[in-house]
Design a protein around this ligand. Structure first.
Ligand SMILES: Nc1nc2c(ncn2[C@@H]2O[C@H](COP(=O)(O)OP(=O)(O)O)[C@@H](O)[C@H]2O)c(=O)[nH]1
Ligand SMILES: [Mg+2]
Length: 337
């Protein structure tokens, strides 16, 4: 008997947007469901594959545990030839990794090649210590007069003292430059040297001052050597590599190898960024703790069974690494498998 409240009456004009909003949320839900199904299918495909190919999944686990990225592991293992024995597949994997880690093993070392090298990288990675090691090796072979040393301190944090002390020990005068003009003058002054080393102050990848420093170094004949701490997390290394990337040849030194629990993350980053490794440092002693970069040795060390770690995935987590592919194509392009 009571009249329906007027507000209850359907109002076509108000209903239209409501229903289109409803449609939108339904579409979103369907889309999410589609993604979930695809994801599950990828997982199932991988799990089926792993069941058929326990060798491949075993290598995947080995790589992840050694600290390599799922992206690189996937890019490599997808190219693994079939019909390989377990032992053959391990050998194949090591060879692929070795081939993709570029080093100067079969070329003269930095201090034999000579030239102008600027050591760049984050703070505390070992730039000054490495500069001293390289200077000492060059001085040992060609005499102290063959080496030029410069500290580039563009934002005046007083970074010169340490290099000057090393220089004094080696019988080499270390110079200081605060800007581009001073650096150019010094490079002119030192142009007769076999090797000129420019030690820079450390700068974080996202520090705005990094640009200024790199601009000052942007001179003909100045080669950049990026010093990377072998013990850093892979993401941190990726960040540094991206931030310091230049056009032309990319050269790096891996420092503090003695402190790194796993070499996988660093080698993985070097491979993916296609850096040429020009040496490693494995201790604080100048100049003893310097080694030629030996891809075979580094890769075998990285794959040696590491100790148990809370960060390791279990075999049952493996499907995750194969199914959550973000952009495998980019890695696939340059892996020489
Ligand atoms: N364990 C170890 N320590 C190193 C190595 N290279 C440098 N260091 C130490 O790391 C610290 C920072 O080095 P430094 O050369 O001043 O780094 P910079 O800030 O990049 O110039 C110093 O205590 C060095 O003795 C290395 O290869 N292994
Ligand atoms: Mg320093």
């Amino acid at each position: 008997p009571a009249e329906p409240a007027p507000s209850r009456r359907p109002e076509p004009q108000a209903a239209a947007p409501a229903s289109s909003a409803g449609q939108q949320s339904l579409m979103n839900e369907l889309h999410a469901m589609k993604e979930l199904i695809e994801d599950r299918f990828n997982t199932l495909t991988w799990m089926g594959q792993a069941r058929q190919n326990p060798i491949q999944s075993n290598l995947m686990l080995k790589m992840i545990r050694a600290g390599y990225s799922p992206a690189l592991a996937r890019a490599i293992l997808e190219r693994m030839p079939e019909e390989m024995s377990a032992a053959e597949s391990v050998r194949w994997l090591m060879e692929v990794l070795e081939r993709n880690l570029k080093t100067d093993m079969h070329a003269p070392p930095l201090y034999e090649e000579g030239g102008i090298f600027a050591l760049v990288g984050s703070t505390g990675v070992g730039k000054t210590t490495t500069t001293a090691k390289l200077a000492a090796h060059c001085a040992r072979i060609h005499g102290p007069a063959s080496v030029g040393l410069i500290t580039l301190d563009t934002y005046r944090v007083g970074a010169h003292e340490q290099l000057r002390t090393y220089g004094r020990m080696l019988g080499i005068v270390a110079h200081l430059a605060h800007d581009r003009a001073a650096l150019q003058d010094l490079l002119g002054l030192l142009s007769g040297k076999k090797m000129v080393l420019i030690d820079t102050t450390g700068v974080a990848p996202r520090d705005p001052r990094k640009r200024d420093m790199l601009d000052v170094l942007d001179l003909p004949n100045v080669n950049r050597l990026l010093v990377l701490n072998a013990g850093c997390h892979g993401d941190t290394l990726d960040d540094v590599l991206t931030a310091f990337k230049t056009s032309g040849s990319q050269q790096a030194i891996l420092s503090k190898v003695d402190e790194a629990v796993k070499l996988g993350p660093a080698l993985d980053a070097l491979i993916r960024h296609q850096m040429v490794l020009r040496g490693i440092t494995n201790g604080q002693r100048v100049p003893e703790d310097w080694e030629t970069a030996d891809a075979h040795k580094l890769i075998s060390t990285s794959m040696r069974a590491p100790t148990k770690s809370a960060f390791d995935p279990k075999a049952t987590d493996l499907d995750f690494f194969f199914s959550h592919s973000t952009d495998p194509m980019t890695e696939r392009e340059f892996v020489d498998a």
